[in-house]
Design a protein around this ligand. Structure first.
Ligand SMILES: [Zn+2]
Length: 331
């Protein structure tokens, strides 16, 4: 099938069969430099198809999305692609430059994953979200936002969906190992929620974070996420090759366990990510500087944890464990 359409996102206009870099302009900063979101549009030369949009680093302490995008960009041949692949490696640029979850200069709308579709006349991060949403909304059909455990935690493969069949389908297309598929705890304010408002499909995926940024571990995480981008392209017949899928696929709800005490966070020996456990099975302890146990964390239900704190220093109320209360399997 011939493809005679161009695709424009921000300043990037891509003819069929080309990959073009550009930016989504937001505003100008006090020093006179522009605040803009980098983007690359890969317009397929092999035929028509959907537009699959990948977002990274909405949280600035999560560099896994940018790595996945650059691997996918290097490997996807525009001539063999049907439809369009849009990569936004770093959505929250000021937060990424600070290596913090949010833009430290914006204390009013710090968490950018809670404010979509933003406000064009709002606080600075709201304006970033508004510019991003305005660019993505009319163009994207399918969207994934790549997250991780950031500066404090490691998260293994986990996905949040809105439970529409098309949302679960996109999650399943992430591929082998991605069977922890939970209902979103975040019904508004995220890019996936915005996509749903538009009648389109978005999901939130998690992999990586602290303790997986050593050379081999970070490369592995980027490779796995890039494999998922390629697997999604194959699932939707946008790229040559066979897709593969997770088995089993679990259905559940996230419960984030917060530290009941301050001290040093010590996971119990032998506990494993993404492995079924029983309610009340031990997960971790918090000890004081002398080694006395101050608190224990236990499985709040039958299920599995997909994330653990990887920064041992812990203060009461900090994130410690990301648990999936498993409700069953998806068949
Ligand atoms: Zn995140």
């Amino acid at each position: 099938m011939s493809n005679d359409r161009t695709v424009t996102v921000g300043t990037a206009t891509a003819e069929p069969g080309t990959a073009v870099r550009g930016v989504i302009p937001v505003t100008t900063l006090a020093g006179g430099t522009p605040l803009e979101i980098p983007v690359v549009v890969v317009n397929g030369g092999a035929g028509d198809g959907p537009c699959f949009w990948v977002n990274g680093a909405i949280h600035g302490d999560e560099p896994e999305g940018p790595l996945a995008c650059q691997i996918a960009l290097a490997e996807v041949d525009p001539a063999q692609l049907s439809g369009t692949l849009v990569l936004c490696p770093v959505v929250n640029v000021p937060a990424f430059e600070a290596a913090e979850r949010g833009n430290p200069a914006d204390t009013f709308t710090y968490d950018m994953n809670r404010i979509y579709p933003g406000r064009p006349d709002g606080y600075l991060s709201e304006r970033v979200a508004a510019a991003h949403a305005a660019a993505m909304g009319p163009v994207a059909d399918l969207e994934i936002s790549i997250h991780s455990g950031g500066a404090h935690s490691f998260l293994d493969k986990a996905i949040f969906v809105d439970e529409r069949p098309e949302s679960v389908e996109l999650a399943t297309a992430m591929g082998p190992g991605w069977g922890c598929i939970m209902s979103s705890f975040n019904p508004s304010g995220s890019p996936m929620a915005y996509m749903k408002e538009l009648g389109k499909v978005g999901i939130t995926v998690e992999l990586g974070g602290r303790s997986a940024t050593s050379p081999e571990a970070f490369a592995r995480v980027g490779r796995e996420l890039a494999d998922s981008i390629l697997n999604i392209l194959r699932h939707y017949a946008m790229y040559p090759g066979e897709a593969s899928y997770p088995s089993p696929r679990y259905k559940g709800q996230q419960q984030a366990l917060l530290a009941p005490a301050s001290g040093i966070f010590l996971p119990e020996p032998g506990v494993e990510f993404l492995t079924m456990m029983k309610k009340s099975d031990p997960i971790a302890r918090i000890v004081n500087v002398f080694g006395d146990t101050l608190a224990s964390l236990e499985a709040p239900a039958d299920g599995m944890f997909f994330g653990l704190r990887a920064l041992p220093n812990v203060t009461t109320g900090d994130w410690c464990c990301f648990f999936c209360k498993v409700e069953g399997t998806r068949d």
